[in-house]
Design a binder for this molecule. Structure first.
Ligand code: SAH
Length: 345
């Protein structure tokens, strides 16, 4: 009989599971707390009876990820993980140190359907959604490996989180649950390539969480050429959805803009960005593109990125250039997994 995976279940579901086992329901809450603290085996759960621990051991398991690889950037403390899933697939996660605390960048899918031209996760296409437990386990495994506590989340790894919304929502609620980690929604950021209908749902469900939208170009023609999702959800509709999001939540949306040399970093690109975004409750995060060999695209220089940020700021649009974390390692989405695949080929 296959063992039941418990990580990813809510307190109520664990309570029901305990009742099915003939145990009092409150044991479910104890189980939840242990798992959220990173317990890896039932034998660690010393406030459960030995008999119950043995019973659980036979019927269930906790997590599902193996750490296959960990790369460290000694300069800034960034660690990049390659995780193995039970079915043999792999995903990436990145642990990052900031002044305000530690953050984990989590993957939401194996591969991706979006097909963005500059992104390594698109190569090889979509394989499957991750479960809430598999997203959660990326955080717990990284804490175990690093010995550090993670108190911020960004869903900016492989995959499109709004294409796996049910599992994403479950994952965020599990992290927030006071019976476990009690992570504030304000410490969570989800990034989407622009799936418009889910933006409104997210605003309703998680008005305190942060939303980032991958913009990258400010014309339909240009954006569609690098992001096929734009054909389904065109730019002006996306910007209207972002406005509505701001009006509803009062929260400043982040627009991500990957600077691709000669593609979207000219003065006229910047002027267009200013015309389109001025007056919006937003912040622009400029990211010099990480080079992915297969795409043939290059990032703009750091200097050009700083110039563009300054120009946006002068126009009243808050802008930052993303700190280049993990520059010594395969830092961009999907790159570590891609390299591991190539080594196997
Ligand atoms: N699918 C979601 C979240 C994952 S990607 C989304 O598209 O938002 C997180 C960010 O990294 C996105 O803005 C994405 O466009 C960007 N990105 C992807 N490949 C990149 C690369 N090679 N260099 C820089 N940024 C990249």
């Amino acid at each position: 009989m296959e063992k039941k995976t418990l990580l990813g279940l809510t307190v109520d579901e664990l309570k029901a599971y305990m009742k099915d086992m003939g145990e009092p329901a409150f044991r479910g809450k104890q189980l939840f707390a242990w798992m959220m603290r990173g317990a890896r085996s039932f034998s660690e759960m010393t406030d459960l009876s030995l008999k119950l621990r043995e019973k659980l051991d036979e019927a269930a398991c906790i997590g599902c990820l193996d750490v296959l690889e960990m790369q460290s950037d000694k300069k800034d403390g960034t660690r990049k993980f390659l995780f193995g899933l039970q079915d043999g697939n792999t995903v990436e996660g990145v642990f990052m140190k900031y002044r305000y605390g530690n953050s984990m960048c989590v993957s939401s899918q194996v591969g991706c359907k979006m097909g963005c031209r500059f992104c390594a996760s698109a190569i090889g296409g979509f394989v499957r959604d991750l479960s809430a437990g598999e997203m959660l386990d990326q955080i717990l495994s990284a804490e175990r490996e690093t010995g550090e506590k993670i108190d911020h989340l960004v869903v900016m790894g492989m995959g499109e989180p709004f294409d796996n919304y049910e599992n994403l929502a479950r994952f965020l609620r599990l992290l927030h649950d006071p019976a476990g980690r009690n992570m504030s929604y304000r410490s969570m950021t989800v990034s989407t390539s622009g799936i418009i209908p889910v933006i409104a749902r997210f605003a309703d469900d998680f008005p305190q969480a942060n939303l980032a939208i991958s913009l990258h170009r400010l014309t339909d023609r240009g954006r569609s050429a690098i992001m096929p999702v734009n054909e389904r959800y065109p730019l002006d509709d996306l910007l209207a959805a972002a406005e509505a999001y701001g009006a509803k939540t009062g929260r400043r949306i982040t627009f991500e803009y990957a600077l691709i040399k000669g593609e979207n970093d000219s003065d006229s690109d910047v002027e267009l960005m200013i015309r389109k975004l001025r007056g919006m409750l937003c912040h622009v995060n400029l990211i010099p593109l990480n080079r992915v060999e297969e795409t043939g695209l290059d990032g703009s220089s750091r200097k050009r990125a700083e110039e563009i940020a300054a120009r946006l700021e002068r126009s009243g649009i808050p802008a930052t250039v993303r700190r280049e974390l993990g520059s010594e390692i395969d830092g961009a989405c999907g790159q570590l997994r891609r390299r591991a695949q190539q080594e196997r080929e």
